[in-house]
Design a protein around this ligand. Structure first.
Ligand code: UD1
Length: 362
């Protein structure tokens, strides 16, 4: 079986890690194509080295741009790559512009497409990711769903016949890295300058277009972090840094100390050392849940609804509306006493994905 994985952005590299191992174990011919959507070393290279992913076989070097330009450039470049490779499966990951570009290029060439992390929905049509995931699901031949909830969404859209519940490959990698961190096999994370890891701190990230691109909204969110009564380690995505600079907004003020994004093991270690997480990232909400830290999500909805059980995760799209006292107590609340279910699988999803693809190879 020959599989081409198309990746481009940070969360896809995390999902690729357990898949690359599973394909190697299964003896599959696995080709990695990197679109270049993320090109900063902090968002790309450190994930290849840190997670032991083989170097990409092809790198398209597309980079940033408006949605149409970025997606269109990927589509044009991928046509030639996929025509040359002619795999049994084109495997696309998650919900980025790299995902939709690869799915489109493949279906137009009658190459079978499998979508990993299928069936997630925010029902927020202002999010570019929502269009990417809906369109990719409807184009793909095989929908690899991480959760029961995702399977329900796919069934509602008439896609049950093409869907398989496989579990969540991000849980595979998160749980493995957690164990390695606890066993002391990783160095302490490089937290932003000024954060004392001996004192309580929150881990924060902010990168979504809905939160970063409107100057007033971004300023309000940074203000909300700044007034928190504990240190806030803000691991700043390049998009956040660029938007803050353009808007003349200082990130490190009040409780906030901004620093660079962390490699994967560093992020897991930082969350394990924290009292909780404040974020607009999908992946980090789930990692907080898996690592048993309370999460406060700066969005009106979440795709990972399972994390909301017992308030392991709380949605706070407008912290200012909560009032200062309530906001402070929500963001710094202790972990719930209630235990957690295990909706994301048992840490072996990648092996199941490799098996399902092999079985479905005609
Ligand atoms: C993308 C994904 C998002 C995912 C996120 C993870 C889409 C539509 N969005 O958002 O789903 O959660 O990746 O990080 O695909 N930039 C750099 N260096 C980089 C990459 C980006 O400086 O290596 C800056 C550029 O200013 C760029 C901006 O970030 O214009 C946006 O990058 P882009 O790839 O469009 O989306 P992300 O915000 O990273």
């Amino acid at each position: 079986m020959k599989v081409v994985s198309v990746v481009g952005a940070r969360p896809q590299l995390i999902k690729l890690a357990p898949m690359a191992t599973a394909f190697a174990t299964a003896g599959a011919d696995h080709v990695i194509v990197h679109t270049g959507q993320h090109y900063d070393a902090d968002l790309s290279d450190v994930f290849f080295t840190g997670l032991g992913i083989p170097d990409p076989d092809e790198h398209l070097g597309i980079g940033s741009g408006a949605h149409g330009v970025q997606t269109g450039s990927m589509l044009a470049a991928l046509d030639a790559v996929l025509q040359r490779q002619r795999p049994d499966w084109v495997l696309v990951y998650g919900d980025t512009n790299s995902t939709i570009a690869a799915a489109l290029s493949a279906v137009k060439q009658h190459l079978p497409v499998a979508h990993l992390e299928a069936g997630l929905r925010s029902f927020n049509r202002r999010m570019p990711e929502e269009h990417n995931r809906v369109l990719t699901d409807h184009a793909a031949d095989l929908l690899l769903a991480p959760t029961d909830e995702a399977m329900r969404h796919l069934a509602t859209e008439g896609l049950a016949g093409r869907s398989r519940l496989v579990g969540d490959v991000m849980a595979d990698v998160c749980l493995q890295v957690r164990d390695a961190v606890i066993a002391g096999r990783h160095e302490a994370p490089t937290l932003p300058e000024g954060i004392d890891p001996g004192l309580p701190y929150l881990v924060a990230t902010l990168h979504r277009a809905e939160n970063t691109d409107d100057p007033r909204r971004l300023a309000t969110l940074i203000d909300a972090l700044a007034v928190l009564p504990v240190q806030v380690a803000l691991l700043a995505h390049p998009r956040l840094v660029a938007r803050a600079e353009a808007q003349g907004l200082k990130l490190s003020r009040g409780a906030v100390r901004a620093g660079r994004p962390l490699p994967y093991a560093g992020m897991v270690a930082a969350v394990l050392g924290s009292i909780g997480v404040v974020t607009d990232s999908g992946g980090l909400q789930k990692e907080a849940y898996l690592l048993e830290r309370p999460c406060t999500t700066l969005r009106p909805e979440t795709e990972w609804v399972e994390t909301l059980a017992h308030e392991w995760n709380i949605l706070a799209p407008e912290p200012a509306d909560l009032g200062a006292d309530r906001w402070r107590s929500v963001a710094t609340r202790a972990a719930p006493a209630a235990g957690r279910a295990e909706p994301y699988g048992d840490g072996h999803a990648a092996q199941l994905v490799a098996r399902v693809l092999a079985e479905a190879t005609s």
